[in-house]
Write a protein that binds this ligand. Structure first.
Ligand code: PHE
Length: 512
């Protein structure tokens, strides 16, 4: 029953692609750093609880929504909901905005991989990570060119379709990523002093007592940080899992698949931490840099600290550099293609609905060109190095996005659209169309012990978790004082959302 949209060739192909979407820059530079800074082992437990209760449920909900309706997010919300039809637009807006910086960062990875490759081939003298990064950021044209290269790779994959492009790439890319990760872990742990990095990640409170940060964050910050990280890392609330689910065969088990994706993503995040943090800390200590000043997260971890680590290894360093930046590049590509697919699927489904047949290569090309336009802004801005004007900053004197387009785009997508979209989606499933309608799709009508768990999570735990995450994001971007306002805004949205949902005609229909 092959339709024009295409479908996954096999369940394992789907799983690798979904894990590929989940495993991205968020795992490598977000998770380990946030874990260390926010309490080590304590953070891990909080993260696991949130992943089990909120992430896993939303993952099942998204996959079921996609598979049930057989369309991307916009069509999916239209098909099932009366009151929340428009959430689908949020779930296409976010991927588009995220791609504005994701493709620039992907371009940086290509640049660093090539640099290390040429160092390896020609035994060039190593340039310090800081100088390299600075010269890259202040070269707008070069950044745009590498962004274009990254988008060309994605274009070539996405134009091949679900099984002929995305699945094929992930089938090779994900196992390769895993092998490279293991190589880097072994090397990293063999460096003298690396144990300090492990302690930073895993020992509760060590970040403070070891001098990495000044004060421990409070529990609401930990919850919000872990929650936001989990959502981004699992590719939730961005339409990605709805889209990938819409190409999935009816006979596949959604409970098991969701569990595998969540566990794999979390495992790789921890492994990525063990690969990068000990190496970065070992290098810092060896150089006599006070531990509090070693960059352990964000772009500086990847493009300054780790390049210095590779430089310090002598001749073989460039080889590890090539392997490492290729690993990060693959992680970025497998996430980016899922984001591009959300947008492309929308146009393809839209045309099909109108009885027209759009050409996939053409649609993907146009999507990539639109992304290039916004990404050029981020690339030229060079993390704020080139004095490009950023909206809001001067007018409101708000400091959360640091005069930088990347942070501004991150605020729009990860900061606002994502938690809002996830909260409204769980309200819609929990209170409007009712959990049962999704549970029928999840286990094809057969009841299971999961049902009440799923219902409680969708009705209460997930949306209230999102209130917490939303307020955390608001205070991150708009300053600490905004936290209380964030709670109030979140609760008000929840209450209004539930009221809107329970008065929907869809709810009566579901009730029968
Ligand atoms: N999960 C990806 C990461 O960790 C980012 C992403 C978010 C990808 C949403 C697709 C959809 O980097």
């Amino acid at each position: 029953m092959e339709n024009e949209r295409g479908s996954w060739g096999s369940n394992i192909g789907f799983l690798l692609a979904a894990i590929g979407s989940a495993v991205g820059l968020g795992n490598i530079w977000g998770f380990p750093y946030k874990m260390g800074k926010s309490g080590g082992f304590t953070f891990l437990i909080v993260y696991l609880l949130l992943a089990a209760f909120v992430g896993f449920t939303i993952m099942m909900g998204e996959l079921a929504l996609g598979r049930k309706t057989g369309t991307g997010p916009i069509g999916a919300y239209h098909a099932v909901s009366k009151r929340f039809k428009w959430i689908g637009w949020l779930a296409v807006f976010s991927p588009f905005i995220i791609m504005s910086f994701y493709s620039v960062l992907g371009g940086y990875c290509i640049e660093y991989m090539s640099l290390n490759l040429s160092n390896l081939a020609f035994q060039n003298p190593a340039i310090s990570g800081g100088d390299l990064f600075h010269s890259m950021l202040t070269n707008p044209l070069g950044s745009v060119v590498y962004t274009i290269l990254f988008l060309i790779i994605c274009y070539l994959i996405n134009r091949g379709g679900i099984s002929g492009g995305i699945e094929k790439f992930n089938n090779v890319g994900m196992p390769a990523l895993f092998v490279m990760l293991v190589i880097i872990i072994i090397k990293s742990l063999s460096l003298p002093g690396s144990i300090e990095g492990l302690k930073f990640m895993f020992v509760p409170g060590y970040a403070v007592s070891g001098g990495f940060i000044e004060a421990a964050p409070n529990i609401s910050t930990v919850l919000a940080t872990a929650g936001g990280q989990m959502f981004f890392s699992l590719s939730l609330a961005m339409g990605a899992m709805i889209t990938y689910g819409s190409y999935l065969d009816k006979k596949e088990n959604l409970v098991k698949n969701s569990a595998i994706i969540v566990i794999a993503d979390t495992t790789i995040a921890i492994m990525a931490g063990i690969a990068v943090i000990p190496a970065a800390v070992a290098y810092g200590i060896q150089q006599g840099i006070p531990v509090g000043e070693i960059a352990l997260g964000g772009p500086s971890l990847l493009f300054v600290t780790l390049q210095n680590v590779f430089n310090s290894m002598g001749g073989v360093g460039a080889l590890f550099g090539v392997i490492f930046y290729m690993l990060v590049l693959i992680a970025a590509i497998t996430s980016a293609i899922s984001l591009i697919e959300v947008i492309s699927t929308f146009f393809l489904d839209h045309a099909a609905q109108k009885g027209r047949k759009a050409s996939r290569p053409k649609v993907v090309l146009l999507v990539c060109l639109a992304i290039l336009a916004e990404a050029s802004l981020v690339a030229v801005d060079g993390l704020g190095s080139n004095g490009v004007w950023v909206p809001g900053q001067a007018a409101f004197g708000i400091s959360g996005w640091n005069d930088c387009w990347l942070d501004f785009m991150d605020m729009l997508s990860e900061g606002i659209a994502m938690p809002l979209g996830a909260m409204l989606m769980s309200i819609m499933i929990g209170w409007e169309i009712r959990p049962k309608s999704m549970l029928d799709e999840i286990h094809s009508g057969a009841g299971s012990g999961m049902d009440s768990f799923f219902s409680v999570c969708m009705k209460l735990i997930a949306p209230l978790g999102m209130v917490l995450i939303l307020s955390g994001q608001i205070s991150d971007f708009f300053g600490k004082g905004a936290r209380i306002a964030g709670y109030i805004i979140g609760i008000v949205i929840y209450v209004i959302g539930v009221a809107v949902a329970v008065t929907s005609p869809m709810r009566k229909a579901a009730h029968k």
